[in-house]
Structure formats: C-alpha cells, structure tokens
Write a protein that binds this ligand. Sequence first.
Ligand SMILES: [Zn+2]
Length: 310
Amino acid sequence: VRARSGDGVGPYPGPEQLAERWRARVAELGGTEALVGQSRDGRPLWRFDLGCRDDGAAAVLLTALIHGNEAIGSLALLEVIARLAASGALRSETRRLVVMPIANPDGFAASMDRLHRGLPAWHRGNAAGVDLNRNFPPVLQPGERASRSPLAGSSWRLSPWFRGPGPLSEPESRAIAEVAGQVRPGLALGFHSFGQLLLHPWAYKRAAHPRAPAYRALGEAFLRARPDSEFQVRQAAAWYAIVGDLDDWLDATFGTLAFTVEVSRLDRRLLHPRAANPFWWANPIETTAAFDQVIPGVLGLLHAARGPIA
Ligand SMILES: [Zn+2]
C-alpha cells in the first residue's frame, strides 16, 4: 500500500503534519505564532516566539528546513525546544527565542512527495529551485572575489546550489531577512543535515573571522556539553565555501553570532528501499542517536551564550 503524499515516512511527518506538530507544541508552551509570509507555492511561513515576551529582550533566531530535504534539522530543533521547556529554561529565559522551523515548506513537501513516489528525494531548493542558503546578500568586501566552486552558489537554474536571480529574490529568504531585521538576533542557530558539524562564519572565505575567539568559545561550550560527541567545530569555509549564506549575512548585518548545526551523519540505511543514492534522502531512520549527538551541545551553547558575548 502506497502512503499518500501528505503522510510522513518513518519518523518524519508529512509537511502539514510537521507544521501542526510545531503549532501544537508552541501553543502548549505558551508561545505565540505568526504568519510572516507565504512560500512561492502559497504555503504558510511560520514564526514562533517562545520565552521572554519583552520585545526589547535579546533574541535568538532558530531556523530549520531552509533546505527542503534536511527534515531531521526541524525535528532536532523541536526536541531542543522540548528540553528547554522541561528544564524550565524557557520560563527563566531573559530573552526571546524566535523560531522559523520550516523555512522552506515547498522544498520539504517536494522532497516528501518524491520520496513517496520512489523518486530521488533530494529537493534542496524552494519551488523555483533556488537554494535559499545561497540567496542572502553576499558580504564580500571590496576587491574580494566570490568562490567559483559550484557548491558556493551557481547561476545555473538546474543546479542544486542555484543562487536565484538576485539576493533575496525568494519569498522564503525575504521572510527570514525581515524577521531578522525586526529582532536583530544576538545569536542564531540554523539546523541542517548532515555531517555532525558546528559551522561558523565566514562561509564565503577561509580568512579568519575577526570574532573567531567568541565563535570558538561557544563552540567549546557545545563540545564540553558532550565530550564524546562526534561533532567538530569548524569555520564553514574550511568545509566548503558558500556565498550568500544566512550566517554570513546575519553576522555582517546585525553582529549576530551565527552558527549552522549539521545534524546527523550520513545513514546508509535509507528510508526508501528504491533510493539507491544516499544523498537523495540523508535523514537517518533512527533519530534518537542523532539527537543524542547534537542536543546536549546545542543546550550547552545556548546556556553559555546567556551572558554577554563579544
Ligand atoms: Zn543544509
């Protein structure tokens, strides 16, 4: 029996199910929800606020599923919120958590739909095929040249790393940029998969970031929280260069300390028996072990970042 395309697969809920799960959890925790836009295909772009209700409180921006096939990132973030709530950290929080956990709902829906139809489920981009994490305004300094690596962002429309016709050309990246402009986050964590990496700017060049010590200190807090974790902390460009990514833009625009959390390692036990290439659906069937690798570190980092940070 073939599942309907709106259904989930394994531990991964369908697109509407995931949105409903988030809305129910936020309501249960006394948070607020707001629609901040619509995707290209008309799906809602949600913003959830948790913790302190003071508009002047320092904000932490938490995003997930900016890449449509990286479903485990949103589930890991949901689990982070659950643990923060269970520990009382949301009540005593002196700052706001601003959460956009399904940043690319069209890409997620397309990935799930393709998975159900036995097709390669690697749909990173939005409905126009734009890699939203290549669609933010580049932060190149005068005289600097963008990396020519195809992964850094491509002008080819069919590339999985298509940067789009221009910065913020897409409703999904614009929604994130507008929310960021409103809350000017001091800290941001973007949940992706995979690689068990905690990445920080710069993504667009290998030169050391002027605030590398602050990034390193938070990276150490992440690793200290679970010393036997498989995670590594790196400057993003040391993995591969990206031009127009969210973290570099947040950092350069608002002074945000902005991290990418690459949840899970590549799991070859694929969800879909017909998917031969693991890159098509890189989310592990068994999420608990992946969560155990990442969540203590995220909580440790959030805890360490409560104080003044350089
Ligand atoms: Zn990603």
